[in-house]
Design a protein around this ligand. Sequence first.
Ligand code: NAP
Length: 266
Amino acid sequence: MGHVKLGLVGYPVEHSLSPRMQQAAMAHLGISGEYLLLPTKPAELPARLREVAANYAGVNVTVPYKRSVMDLLDDVSEDARKIGAVNTIVNEDGYLRGYNTDAAGFYWSLKRHNVLPGEALVLGAGGAARAVVYALVEKGWLVGVANRTLARAEELAQQLGAWLVAPAKLEKAVRRTPLLINATSVGLEDGASSPLPPGVLPEAGVVVDLVYSPLRTKLLADAAAAGLETIDGLQMLLGQGMRSFELWTGRKAPLEVMERALGKVV
Ligand code: NAP
């Protein structure tokens, strides 16, 4: 394998933890390469992809292009098409193929924590929620979805085979779910806000927050204080990063090395 050039296309990208995670993995396996931040304004996206096709082994894609980039690729995997979002592009001799590794990365994080299949409740209806719901439904879970904007939850539920949880039923659904996942951005850079009403938590089980900044969100702190098991947002980040690394390099991702690289900065 020659020099492996990778990067992150989005706007903004400077706070990303992916460079250190991916660079640590390459270094550990003796792969010569780099993972660059590629801040890209909307008008620059087509040119950026031509540059990727010419010079990069692949890239990650983040906000705000996970959906819009799909039209500019040569091919999009079935998973990514159904989810409606691409977070990883692989360059095969100038042919750009889009994948979604968020879904598999999320599911990996559940398996890693020995969460057994069953029922789940997902809060949110954006790109992250779609990846999570897709992953769970694919594996046979019964999934409820709730969202601030009901119409988005309705669309997601219908397209991906989940149940719609109406606002009036949310508290009851939360209390009885064995697995609650926050896929909204509530709590992001805000340690005081939770996506749940005060005093409402699952009675037992696992609470996952996809937000990883801060790592210990109010939701996870409340859940831990109530004796629930918690899984933080770095676990999905790690899972998606490992899958992306494997798609680009064909090598098995070094889990501990990548996790340590993330841990150093949080
Ligand atoms: P997105 O497409 O913009 O969706 C945002 C979601 O949050 C929508 O459902 C939105 O509801 C909801 N929301 C935003 N502000 C809210 C508020 N004040 N009250 C209630 N709901 C609110 O974003 P995304 O890409 O899905 O990302 C969602 C979160 O997941 C982000 O915090 C992101 O950092 C995190 N994430 C983590 C990973 C990981 O690897 N750990 C991967 C992807 C994303 P409406 O539909 O009503 O607007």
